[in-house]
Design a protein around this ligand. Structure first.
Ligand code: MLT
Length: 200
């Protein structure tokens, strides 16, 4: 998988970066450096092309998720993360997923697959996860920071609340921060940075 790895200091987290639709693996690197300049960074590039725009999984023409594709690519991404952990010598439990929009949605899929002692922390900027599946996992070890928009043109307030409920109802520790639209703004990065300091 196309990626960029930046080695950080010892005993610091590893940010796994997942960009939004139409983005690239370069997009979130300045955000990660602001979150914690000592951390390692593994920035990934989505392999799906939608009208030339990169994404982490396919969606249908009406913009609904192709859940089969999301499941398949989530598994592949997880396999890649395990390979990368051995190649770059880090532990999955040191990973903090950082995703924006489509990348945040993939991060949710990874967390739900691999929570427990392994992947259990994420910063989700403007996620949506409109599943009707009733899950009954114990997510007590999971901590997430989510930023959401009250007037987000892509994610409705109901869909944002659904993401919060998906985690909170299963015992995860959820910190939410509401902004206006879908854009990733400095103030939410700042809030995420404060949240991160409390996690370490
Ligand atoms: C998605 O498809 O993941 C969401 O609709 C967000 C987006 O990428 O526009």
């Amino acid at each position: 998988m196309e990626h960029r790895f930046i080695q950080g200091e010892e005993h610091q987290p590893v940010f796994v970066l997942l960009h939004g639709t139409g983005g690239s693996m370069e997009d979130l690197i300045p955000v990660a450096e602001h979150l914690n300049s000592d951390a390692s960074i593994l920035s990934l590039q989505g392999e799906v092309l939608e009208n030339g725009m990169r994404r982490f999984f396919k969606r249908f023409p009406d913009a609904s998720f192709d859940w089969c594709d999301l499941e398949k690519r989530g598994e592949q991404l997880l396999d890649f993360l395990k390979e990368a952990a051995s190649m770059y010598q880090f532990k999955l439990s040191d990973v903090i997923l950082v995703g924006y929009s489509n990348g945040a949605n993939m991060a949710i899929n990874l967390l739900l697959k691999e929570h427990g002692n392994r992947l259990n922390r994420a910063i989700l900027f403007h996620p949506m996860y409109p599943t009707t599946e009733t899950r009954t996992a114990n997510l007590a070890d999971v901590s997430i920071f989510a930023s959401l928009g009250v007037k987000d043109p892509i994610v409705s307030v109901t869909q944002s609340e659904q993401v919060i409920a998906l985690f909170a109802d299963q015992g995860a520790n959820v910190t939410q921060f509401w902004t206006t639209g879908h854009q990733l703004l400095q103030n939410e990065v700042e809030k995420a940075r404060k949240w991160l300091k409390q996690q370490l």
